[in-house]
Design a protein around this ligand. Structure first.
Ligand code: URA
Ligand code: SF4
Length: 204
């Protein structure tokens, strides 16, 4: 496919958008995934959390951030007092990219999306942003940042800063799965919480 554009309806109803996204063949990722995982939450949400792509569990169940990374995210949101009706969760890429575990096991190993796949899927994100028009976008890791700011984006120097994208505040932080992979998980979690607190302050 040559990108999601032809599949995206002009409607800004989230229901209409997510139903249409089920049929997307804008890149090759639909082939090996179970289903499209569209964003989830209210169009009234003031904060949009932008991840990379659905993980294994999200791919099976069809909702973003319901697996281990989602639990880290939920704990951090609770810590800073960001409540459910204010939250819209989505990903830069709407299909799970994976490869089989070496040795022929059943396990599916996450692979990061390419810049081409991130760009192909971007029209869905733009439609979601147009529908929700949040006060703040939280960029969770490099792939999310590349979707908004282009292929040169790196989390490193951008982390914790407040910038803008198309008139919307943006706070950059690490991906919650990086918290789970850190040697010092507690320290990594506290840093993640601090960045979400910055986002909560921007929301007010
Ligand atoms: N990681 C993400 O980036 N998004 C999800 O929905 C789940 C895990
Ligand atoms: Fe369409 Fe995005 Fe899925 Fe590619 S990853 S098929 S562009 S929804």
């Amino acid at each position: 496919g040559a990108g999601a554009e032809p599949y995206v309806p002009s409607s800004r109803s989230l229901k209409t958008l997510s139903t249409a996204a089920e049929e997307c063949q804008g890149c090759e990722l639909y082939r090996n995934a179970t289903q499209t995982v569209f964003g989830s939450g209210s169009r009234q949400a003031r904060i949009l959390l932008l991840g990379e792509q659905p993980g294994d569990q999200e791919d099976r169940e069809g909702l973003p951030f319901i697996g281990p990374a989602g639990r880290v995210l939920d704990r951090a949101l609770a810590r800073v007092g960001i409540e459910e009706p204010d939250v819209y969760r989505t990903n830069a890429v709407k299909h799970f990219r994976w490869k089989p575990a070496p040795g022929g096991g059943k396990r599916r190993i996450h692979q990061p999306p390419t810049q081409e796949q991130i760009s192909a899927c971007r029209p869905w994100l733009l439609a979601e942003l147009d529908a929700v028009r949040p006060d703040v976008i939280v960029v969770l890791g490099g792939s999310a940042g590349k979707s908004l700011f282009g292929s040169a984006f790196r989390v490193g120097e951008a982390r914790g800063t407040v910038r803008t994208w198309s008139g919307i505040h943006v706070v950059v932080t690490i991906h919650p799965s990086a918290v789970l992979r850190a040697d010092d998980r507690e320290g990594a979690f506290e840093g993640f919480v601090a960045d979400l607190r910055t986002a909560a302050e921007v929301m007010k």
